[in-house]
Design a protein around this ligand. Structure first.
Ligand SMILES: Nc1ncnc2c1ncn2[C@@H]1O[C@H](COP(=O)(O)OP(=O)(O)O)[C@@H](O)[C@H]1O
Ligand SMILES: [Ca+2]
Length: 498
């Protein structure tokens, strides 16, 4: 036994060498993870900008969009940075003074110059799109609408931005780009959940756009897009003259032409009891939307509210013509429309009016009942309840609300059930719903036809995987080291054997 002296022999590797190896492995892992994180970290964001002017019939808004410079083709990257309301009315109201249309834009464009960093000015595109107000002016006198467009063009060219043109967009574009905007902002092009339809109500026109399974019976109402690798077959229609301001003129003109006018007093169930205003006939008939003019009539009339919601509904129904439809189904005025499908986002005046009337969360029957009650409220009471609301808007909410519900139900054929699929929205993710964003995305080619290649793992997933793997390797090394280090018992061989 004494010869077989037990003797602990250290691991043949020297301890300092092992420690050095472990330290080197640890450093290697840290460097690997740090490199992965730094390499994949989104770079310090550099933004690009775009400006779109929405020259609507009632007013002009200037929208500034921004997006990370290196992610132009990724969906959902563009957001609204700023919106500026141009003072005064829409550009079509400057037909008597076209230069005024140009100078009206200066305040908002000066704001844009301040908001967009100077080094980006030259590459920032500026687009102006005019909608139904200018379509109507062009119908009345195309040289006047050209003069107004020339004036805004001259004004926009004086700024250091990349001016890309001012034009009257078509009703189809207005509808389709509104649809692109709401679906882009909702990130629907990447989701399997499908898209939502778009309902836009302006002052002079209104648009309905949705994906339809039906084969279009009228090519004018169909638009096909391929976005992010998916085909979309859209139904779209824009009703010129069916924006809420023009429809009010249409409804008043119908009344003025009928027997309801006695002694220059026009009794109107869509205006509150106690509402009384002197109006000129030309304020009703000064539009190509009202075809039959009044002969032998007084120059002005007293617009007299009677505040009867049910009677108002009946009057508003008369602005829709259901007698002629040469297709399997129509909305109104002989316009082809397949049955509405899916969910809808309703914006612009749809939202302003329904939100004011507090009807955005109601079902159709409740909304109608509440509206009838609102319409029957005396004008004095309405005025004192909402002292800060513009009086023109206030006077017209009963009419506008009735028009909206009638347009949706009798015009577009929404039922009590499908009405629940309409969401009244102003903004999605801080950006306004409207045609302007879709218009810019299209013109700057920021919505690719095919889905862009994306790395198999997102940044966060990649970094987490690297961390987990590194920790695993590290633990294995520790465990391995512990096993190696376990004292090994050697028996010293008896001398005689050696
Ligand atoms: N707060 C509000 N309440 C009610 N109506 C509003 C409000 N703000 C804007 N509007 C209305 O929204 C409509 C916007 O239409 P606009 O875009 O100018 O015309 P279009 O799209 O037909 O060219 C106008 O009828 C305007 O009066
Ligand atoms: Ca509009």
């Amino acid at each position: 036994m004494d010869e077989q002296r037990e003797m602990k022999v250290k691991n043949p590797w020297h301890r300092p060498v092992i420690i050095l190896i472990i330290v080197l492995i640890a450093i290697g892992i840290v460097v690997m993870v740090a490199t992965a994180i730094i390499q994949n970290k989104p770079l310090h964001q550099k933004y690009k900008y775009g400006i779109v002017l929405d020259a609507g019939s009632s007013h002009t808004s200037v929208f500034i969009y921004e997006w990370p410079a290196e992610k132009e083709n990724n969906t959902g990257m563009v957001r609204q940075k700023h919106a500026c309301d141009v003072k005064g009315k829409g550009i079509s109201s400057y037909s008597g003074n076209p230069a005024g249309a140009g100078s009206s834009l200066t305040d908002c464009m000066a704001e844009a110059q301040k908001i967009i960093p100077v080094h980006r000015h030259q590459e920032t595109p500026v687009y102006l799109g005019a909608t139904a107000g200018m379509r109507l002016l062009r119908m009345e006198d195309s040289s006047l609408s050209d003069q107004v467009l020339d004036a805004v063009e001259r004004s926009l060219q004086t700024y250091p931005f990349d001016y890309q043109g001012a034009r009257i967009i078509t009703g189809q574009e207005e509808g389709a780009f509104g649809w692109i905007t709401v679906n882009y902002l909702s990130d629907n092009f990447r989701k399997a959940s499908g898209t939502i339809g778009a309902l836009d109500l302006g002052g002079a026109s209104t648009q309905i756009t949705f994906v339809s399974k039906e084969n279009s019976e009228n090519p004018e109402n169909s638009m096909d897009f391929r976005l992010y690798g998916n085909p979309y077959h859209l139904y779209t229609h824009s009703f010129l003259c069916y924006g809420k301001d023009q429809v009010l003129k249409l409804a008043l003109a119908k009344k003025l032409q009928s027997l309801e006018m006695q002694e220059d007093v026009l009794k109107d169930a869509c205006f509150h009891h106690g509402y009384k205003a002197n109006k000129t006939l030309s304020s009703v008939f000064n539009t190509p939307c009202v075809s039959e003019k009044l002969a032998d009539s007084p120059k002005s009339f007293i617009h007299w509210g009677t505040g009867d919601g049910v009677e108002c509904q009946n009057a508003v129904r008369k602005v829709f013509n259901h007698s002629c439809c040469q297709y399997s189904t129509c909305s109104f005025n002989g316009v082809y429309q397949p049955p509405v499908e899916g969910h809808f986002g309703a914006f612009s005046a749809f939202y302003f009016v329904m939100n004011f009337l507090n009807l955005t969360n109601d079902d159709l029957e409740t909304a109608k009942a509440k509206l009838i009650n609102y319409c029957s409220t005396p004008w004095e009471e309405i005025k004192s309840s909402y002292p800060s609301v513009k009086e023109k808007y206030l006077a017209e909410y009963c009419f506008s609300g009735t028009y909206i519900l009638t347009l949706l139900e009798d015009g577009y054929n929404f039922t009590s059930t499908t009405f629940k699929n309409i969401e009244f929205i102003k903004k999605i993710a801080d950006s306004d719903a409207g045609w302007t964003l879709g218009y810019m995305l299209n013109l700057t080619n920021m919505i690719p036809a095919e889905a862009p290649d994306t790395p198999p793992l997102p940044h966060g997933g990649f970094v987490s995987l690297m961390l987990v793997l590194s920790l695993l390797i590290f633990s294995l090394v520790i465990v391995g080291y512990k096993c190696f280090r376990r004292p090994v018992v050697y028996s010293s061989a008896p001398k005689d054997i050696v």
